[in-house]
Design a protein around this ligand. Sequence first.
Ligand code: PLP
Length: 374
Amino acid sequence: MVDTDIIKFLDLKKVNHSFEPALGDAVRRVAESGWYLLGNEVKTFEREYASFIGTEYAVGCANGLDALILILQAYMEMGVLKPGDEVIVPANTYIATILAITENGLTPVLVEPDPDTLQIDDSRIEVAINARTRAVMIVHLYGKCAYTERIGEICRKHELLLIEDNAQAHGCRFGERRTGSLGHAAGHSFYPGKNLGALGDGGAVTTNDRALAETIRAIANYGSQKKYVFRYCGRNSRLDEIQAAALGVKLPRLDEDNARRREVAGRYFRNISNPRVTLPYGGRIQGRDNVFHIMPIFCDERDGLKEYLARNGVETIIHYPIPPHRQECYSRTPMARMSLPVTERIAATELSLPMSPAITDSEVDRVIDLINRF
Ligand SMILES: *Cc1c(COP(=O)(O)O)cnc(C)c1O
């Protein structure tokens, strides 16, 4: 089989090529400007991104993990959170969500997902709340909106912070609002493979809370608001000018790209018919509350299916083979002793199919045909 016959999980070269010549022009503009950090490109992108998400503020930072860490650290500095406070979080998420919590000396309280939506099960949140609970961090996993009216009501009733991990769901909707504007603050990642991806690492926090935005900006700048005066023990976490310029080129097409992702997903939904394979979301084709960062399917013979697809030139990825509570880094924490059957079953059976705005219908049809003959 020649290399060009391989259907990539995500052909980033093709995705980014579709933004030429504007993308290359933007990079060159910054390269030639002589100004690489904390400049107008970042300022402009922050304004555009805040307006796109529907928040007052967007603060650029180095990556998505930092965005989440900065939110929680800022709340600690503001006296809203203190060490040992509990943060409710879905058990089936990427490790970064949990790392942001433990990094700040806070305690993650893992809650199982709803096997149908794959998002945090809102009927299991209230029983996880106790006197130490201070926040709920939802993750719009796979690009599907995790927020529900019930989650909003629970947070209001118990006076909890609602923080969104929007690393996989740029552009996703809840009604007319966007994810990233639904809670008190949201962390975004611009890792190259995300729906809005830079040409390297990047991240942002969105919020309507001015004090929070200012605190985050200071912490991300060594803890300083005034040159050489350090109010916080901060860090260096910046979105650089080249990444901001690249993101500024890609943002205006995000809704269109997400619509194409939904179209691709619709094709998978309509045509995958192998009884050994289970479609996500009860097999229901999704609306604007899903931007399909990931197209997950489920199969009891997942490893065999993955290998069969690879043999036939189709790249797939597992999101994620080992859930956070089973990771070695948390082996000496109470999380390690938890039994989370829904999460563990997802980890054992999930397989992510090729998905991007650049994949062609005939490539998708080839993947479908192979799956149906498995
Ligand atoms: C990618 C991702 C992150 C981390 O973003 P980085 O930019 O890679 O640090 C956090 N949470 C989730 C759910 C992610 O998918």
